[in-house]
Design a protein around this ligand. Structure first.
Ligand code: ADP
Ligand code: MG
Ligand code: MG
Length: 890
């Protein structure tokens, strides 16, 4: 098995094997771009290493062969005393995990070869600077020494010099610092900093392998849903030096603006620096456009390469480059992360440029991104106090209490607070705080700083580089330009689209994308650089492609109207329980529950009938011409009765006053009688219909009479009646007989022909398993995936999400909550089985989903795959479901 590939051997499609960085370094090499030569050790080697604890047997030898070839090409040997070759050892997994794993630069430097580097470069300061960077990085990432120790020593050296800048340290200072660093290594690890270059390289390779399982990397993967078993590749890349003087430097760039999609020159540049310095925000960077003045030749070459890359990848690329004494080198490229708005704009721009077609464009945007675009934005009013303006790094409107460290961010957010994480700059250790926070605010760093890149990847609001703010994390406060002090716990609002920072809570407005769906945006308005048009085009294209219909969960005319505007093709779930709430109706429900004879019961039902009917008339009107699936009463009855404690107190007080209330006493008895240990598994759904005579009949009558009334009025009502929580076909048959009798009665009494389908929910395992029988009595199935998930897993959502889900997620038992994304292997398998069995019995059986999963992107793809007819979700999720149903069909 081949474990090592030269950069000349790979290509961009080998990401599984070579990781993204390695595959793209190879691709750039093959495109003839200036990439420092090197080779990539595969993810397969990493997997073997992580499984067995040691390298595959052949690896050492294979690396040696590639190293010799590299040394021959470069005309120098790794760590050679008089003319050293130096390399970087870089992590690089299939999916980019910015800053989450390790990289070590300047491998090959030692007490002996540092002199060779001085001779090679004629620059003593540079050589010692590189060596101290090696000992520092190697000490921290490979040997596990606390990085702070090196930082402190570096700070001390600068203080002794009376400066704040690394650049003021002389060769002598740096040489002394190397000694200090080596002493730290010896003290902390009990061994000398390794002087053998090959040993350095091998240890660094192992460290990169290990970093795949580091805490940061694991957390990031969980957040981004990246599988845990992919492993990382390792790239060994000959060093080029941006820290060789003022004619050298290093930078990062995007081929387009990653927050808006606009074409132009975007990036940061730092002269006389090595790679890490840009991202770490150690010194403030220059804008890339200023490179033109510093080094026109390199700038022009860079622009030409960026253009070439964009045409080649047919997408936004981001790159890392280094200039060594006026010579440009490409160190990395990848398809760049971008904001949701930029994703839509860029996809459509590329279609218009003829680089990709609409299918490809649709493929490149996600429902998650569309959902982000539907969030509200700030509408500052006169009372909003703007205190700073930083860089708009990742859009969104975030309001929360200020916290200054990750730990507090996590703690406060667990207790339900919304927090804004404020840091001078973030580093990978801040990751869990960033996840917990509503938004991130930093006082240093540009669009490519750690905070910006990670926030964009997570779709989290971020303002970075707000330099007017003086952030003091030790005292947990920041100070604004005009001297105002903001303490931990104070509320701020940050606008990631404009970079503005406000004190206090700023009011919000609906997003233009929502206004577009609502139809309140006037036609042709060019909002946010064509964003709305881009959304329109891609969602419309999804409609052309998709096979799944999209319906809404809605119980009233207002939601139904919104659902229609958002593109719903019907209502997949109308819950009827709200029709039993409200002062007057609740009274009647109490009467119904307390009734101990037919007369009282019928009395209560006949009072409820016209009220329900009225609700249905409105709903059918709002959804005229489209199907409306009405679910008969589902929740346990005690939900309609007063709270047991309250009622007990009331009764006790009345008794103490010797003034007992007859009705309250009976209610209390009923409440006791109806009290259940596990209401979720108790008297509810079809079971209610079977034990409370006339209840379902009344509901079906209300539906039928409403439909008849609409028809007589010239409307086109299309109700469907749905029975919840069926476990066996017998339950359904009994209820069905009653429903059919009522429908026939209404048809004959009104003289209107009614075509109302009767179907059931599949939300119990037994129903799914016996779906073939149930389909005999059902004209449609709607999968209630919330209850199905609860009953298949045997846990109640209300209880478990707060208790052990976090632990389960942390232990990796779930990648994501099964209530959020359908559990394909368990719950999903039952859905598939029931769909097939149902259709075997009744080929024209309609199949839909009405759980929360209907609006979840991943789940929508699954429902498409198993051949359902529609998904139903909350009105606001409809555009997301339309888009994803289209993407699923590509
Ligand atoms: P990350 O994945 O965290 O970006 P990289 O492997 O890309 O880590 O490296 C970190 C930094 O070091 C980057 O800025 C990169 O450009 C720089 N770098 C990596 N290899 C070299 C090299 N051979 N010569 C010069 N700079 C390098
Ligand atoms: Mg990089
Ligand atoms: Mg249910």
């Amino acid at each position: 098995q081949k474990f090592v590939y030269s950069f000349t051997e790979g290509n961009k499609d080998l990401k599984d094997l070579l990781g993204g960085k390695g595959a793209n370094l190879a691709e750039m090499t093959n495109l003839g771009l200036p990439v420092p030569p090197g080779f990539t050790i595969t993810t397969e080697a990493c997997k073997v290493f992580l499984e067995t604890g040691s390298e595959p047997a052949s690896l050492h030898e294979e690396i040696s062969r590639h190293l010799v070839a590299l040394e021959e090409e470069m005309g120098k040997q790794l760590g050679q005393a008089d003319n050293p070759l130096l390399v970087s050892v870089r992590s690089g997994a299939k999916f980019s995990m910015p800053g989450m794993m390790d990289t070590v630069l300047n491998i090959g430097l030692s007490d002996a070869s540092v002199a060779g580097l001085v001779a090679q470069s004629g620059n003593e300061r540079f050589a010692w600077d590189s060596y101290r960077r090696l000992v520092q990085m190697f000490g921290k990432t490979v040997l596990g020494v606390d990085g702070e120790l090196f930082e402190e020593a570096l700070e001390e050296a600068k203080k002794a010099k009376g400066t704040e800048l690394d650049l003021d340290l002389t060769a002598e200072d740096l040489r002394a610092l190397v000694d200090t660093f080596k002493a730290i290594v010896l003290r902390e690890t009990g061994r000398e900093f390794p002087q053998d270059p090959r040993e350095q390289m091998d240890l660094a390779i192992h460290a990169v392998f290990h970093s795949w399982n580091g805490d940061r990397a694991r957390l990031y993967r969980r957040q981004e849903r990246i599988p845990n078993d992919l492993g990382t590749a390792v790239n060994v890349c000959s060093m080029v030096f941006g820290n060789l003087g003022e004619d050298s430097g290093t930078g990062v760039a995007f081929t387009r603006d990653p927050s808006t999609g606009a074409v132009g020159v975007y990036g940061d540049y730092l002269s006389n620096a090595q790679g890490e310095d840009v991202v770490a925000g150690i010194r403030n960077t220059l804008q890339l456009s200023e490179l033109e003045k510093l080094d026109k030749k390199s700038y022009d070459e860079l622009m030409a390469i960026m253009h070439k890359l964009e045409l080649h990848y047919r997408d936004l690329c981001d790159i890392e480059f280094t200039i060594e004494r006026g010579k440009l080198w490409m160190l990395q490229t990848r398809i760049g992360k971008r904001t949701a708005a930029a994703a839509f704009r860029i996809a459509v721009q590329l279609v218009d440029q003829g680089l990709i077609d609409l299918d490809e464009a649709l493929h490149r945007v996600t429902g998650g991104q569309l959902a982000q675009l539907m969030f509200p934005r700030f509408a500052p009013d006169a009372s909003s106090k703007q205190v700073a303006r930083g860089i708009a790094a990742s859009p969104g409107a975030a309001v929360g209490k200020v916290v200054f460290d990750s730990y507090t961010a996590v703690k406060w957010s667990r207790s339900g607070e919304k927090v804004i994480l404020v840091r001078r700059e973030t580093n990978p250790d801040d990751l869990d705080g960033m996840i917990a926070a509503e938004g991130i605010l930093t006082s240093r760093g540009g669009k490519t700083s750690h905070a910006a890149v990670v926030a964009r990847g997570m779709g989290k609001t971020c303002v970075c580089g707000a330099e007017e703010l003086e952030v003091d994390t030790k005292r947990r406060r920041f100070t604004t330009a005009d001297g105002q002090v903001v303490e931990e716990g104070d509320v701020v609002s940050i606008d990631g689209a404009s970079g503005k920072v406000y004190l206090g809570e700023v009011p919000v407005l609906p997003s233009p994308v929502v206004e577009y769906f609502e139809g309140t945006l006037h036609a042709g308005a060019d909002v946010q650089g064509g964003l709305v048009q881009a959304v329109h085009r891609l969602v419309s294209h999804a409609d052309v492609r998709r096979r799944l219909a999209v319906r809404a969960n809605a119980d009233n005319a207002e939601d139904a109207g919104r659902a229609r505007r958002y593109g719903a093709q019907g209502i997949g779930l109308c819950r009827t329980e709200h029709m039993f709430l409200g002062e007057e109706r609740r009274k009647e429900v109490e009467h119904l529950i307390l009734a101990d004879n037919d007369k009282d019961r019928e009395q209560a039902l006949s009072t409820l009938l016209p009220l329900q009917k009225g609700d249905f008339v409105e709903l059918f009107q709002a959804m005229d011409g489209l199907p409306v699936t009405v679910r008969l009463l589902d929740p346990p009855l005690h939900e309609f009765l007063p709270d047991i404690t309250e009622l007990s107190v009331r009764v006790a007080l009345a008794e103490a006053r010797k003034d007992p209330n007859e009705n309250d006493l009976r209610l209390l008895q009923a409440v006791h009688k109806l009290h259940e240990q596990n209401p979720m598994l108790g008297l509810r759904g079809v079971r209610l219909g079977l034990v409370i005579p006339g209840l379902f009949g009344m509901q079906v009558r209300a539906i039928a009479e409403a439909a008849a009334e609409r028809k007589l009025g010239g409307g086109d009502p299309r109700p469907e009646v749905m029975i919840p929580l069926v476990g066996t076909v017998q339950e359904l048959e009994i209820v069905r007989d009653e429903c059919e009798r009522v429908l026939a009665e209404v048809a004959s009494s009104t003289g209107v022909e009614l075509d109302i389908k009767l179907g059931t929910m599949i939300e119990l395992p037994r129903a799914a398993i016996t779906a073939g029988q149930i389909a005999e009595a059902a004209e449609f199935f709607s999968f209630g995936t919330n209850d199905l998930t609860q009953t298949v897993w045997g846990f109640s959502r209300d209880d478990v999400e707060a208790s052990f889900f976090t632990a389960y997620l942390e232990k990796g038992i779930f990648g994501v909550s099964p209530f959020e994304t359908i559990d394909r292997d368990g719950v999903g398998a039952l859905v598939k089985l029931a769909a097939e069995a149902g259709r075997a019995t009744r080929p024209d059986l309609k199949l839909g989903v009405c759980g929360e999963h209907g609006g979840d992107p991943d789940s929508v793809h699954f429902f498409h795959e198993v051949g359902l007819d529609y998904v139903s979700c909350s009105p606001f999720r409809i555009p997301v479901a339309r888009l994803e149903a289209g993407r699923a069909a590509l």
